[in-house]
Ligand binder design. Sequence first.
Ligand code: ZN
Length: 136
Amino acid sequence: MQKIEHIGIAVRNITESNKLFAKLLNTEHYKMEEVESEGVVTSFFQIGDVKIELLQATKESSAIHSFIEKKGEGMHHIAFAVEDVNIELARLKAAGFDAIHHEAKDGADGKVIAFLHPKSTHSVLTEICSDKDVSK
Ligand code: ZN
């Protein structure tokens, strides 16, 4: 793991949340992006070296939808930058962590990503990510 890349926050209404977080962080979001495969629309704020990713569900089958139904809005996941998602995933699985994704898949903001199951990480939903062109 290289650093914390971003922190994901589940929200009900990303337009309203963009305003709230712009006020909180004193900076505007720099992009919005839909990740259709995950059923989410995301928006990103840059805070120093770390990003804040807001996620709103676009359909009921989205993991963000069920998260909010169960727990309400709030901290959803922490994402670590790694050099190569597939190599790191293999290391983590060998170390006994449960993976949700078994190989790198496309995520938002030019990244490939994979999630670990929170069951195996003290309920901290953990994402690993790297830039799309490094890991294919
Ligand atoms: Zn994320």
